[in-house]
Each structure stands twice: as structure tokens, then as C-alpha cells.
Write a new protein. Structure first.
Length: 188
């Protein structure tokens, strides 16, 4: 399966996407897509849970050496696979840790496409529990007629509801959008 050609400019157009594509190609060659996907999910969870980790990947003041030591410690703590650990090291060495979140999203989309799944980005105001994720996947599977890999993120500013992106289509059921629409309607 030729992933690179199938994606056109979409994922490759961004720096994070190019890093993700390189990681995906290495994972595919080494038959490690599932291991890397699991490690990247752990990284995503750590980023959501730790302000210190988010600061590490966004701060321009942290030296390459300090960033490399920090990501090595994170990799050990999260028990990341060797390929993902090396990937983090490359990002730290190249001062591209800011690209970690976009790279995770792009890799998730690549892995889903490789498995024949659709991928959906889902934003919720609060973390979804396992039952809610399963129900969401079932609804999306029913709508699309195939399995769906969901990339979950939390944004408290949407107040409630969900925003679901399926390719270029976006379904915005957030309370914030509904309130904004109501405010516009009330203005006349």
C-alpha cells in the first residue's frame, strides 16, 4: 500500500505531517505501526495531563541537550517503544518538539488509512469515558459504513457537546456554537 502517494499534499503539506510520514514509513517497514500508535497515544495522554510536558515541547528557552534528556526521561516513564523514543529524540535535536502534537494527529490518520479505517478528530469539552467513545465510534461507523479511528482532544472552551471532523466535513454540535448562533439570531 503506497501511503505517500495516496495522501497528496494534505499531510505532507505541514512540517508535523512530514515528520509523521517519516515515522509512519519507518514503522510500516519495521511492522511496528501498532506499537508506535500505542506509544503516541500515551504521549497524547501525557500532554493532556501534564502542564510541564506541554511547556517542554513549546518552550524555545529549553536547550537541545535539556530537551533530549527530558524526552528520554519521558520515554522511559511512559514505556515508549524504541522507534517512538528515537522519533522524540530527533524532534528534540532538531528543535521541533512543537511539531509533536501535529505529528501525532497526522500519524493517527496515516495508521487509520493503512488499516482501511476512516479517521475522525473529535473535540469535547471534557474527557470522554470508554463507554462514550465506544458509542461515538458506533455512531460514526453506522454513518460511514466502516470502522473509524477517533483522535480525541479536549477543549473546555466549547462548553459542551462535540465537534467532529471527518476529512473536510465538520459536524459542530458544541454548546459554544449553538450559543453564538442564538446570539446572532437574537440580534435580528
Amino acid at each position: 500500500m503506497e501511503i505517500s502517494g495516496d495522501l497528496g499534499g494534505g499531510i505532507q503539506a505541514s512540517l508535523g505531517g512530514r515528520y509523521a510520514l517519516a515515522l509512519f514509513e519507518l514503522a510500516r517497514e519495521g511492522k511496528q505501526i501498532d506499537a508506535v500508535s500505542t506509544s503516541l497515544a500515551r504521549l497524547r495522554e501525557a500532554l493532556a495531563a501534564s502542564a510541564d510536558f506541554r511547556q517542554l515541547i513549546t518552550s524555545p528557552l529549553i536547550s537541545r541537550e535539556a530537551a533530549a534528556r527530558a524526552v528520554d526521561a519521558v520515554a522511559i516513564e511512559l514505556q515508549l517503544d524504541p522507534l517512538t523514543t528515537n522519533f522524540l529524540g530527533v524532534l528534540a535535536h532538531n528543535r521541533r518538539l512543537r511539531q509533536l502534537e501535529p505529528a501525532i494527529r497526522a500519524f493517527t490518520a496515516l495508521a487509520a488509512r493503512h488499516r482501511g479505517e476512516a479517521s475522525a478528530q473529535v473535540v469535547s469539552a471534557h474527557p470522554l469515558d470508554d463507554d462514550q467513545v465506544a458509542a461515538l465510534k458506533a455512531k460514526l461507523r453506522q454513518r460511514l459504513g466502516r470502522e473509524v479511528a477517533v483522535d480525541l482532544s479536549v477543549d473546555p472552551s466549547i462548553l459542551g457537546g462535540l465537534i467532529v471532523k471527518l476529512g473536510s466535513q465538520q459536524i459542530d454540535g458544541s454548546i459554544r456554537t449553538k450559543l453564538n448562533s442564538l446570539a446572532i439570531a437574537m440580534k435580528g
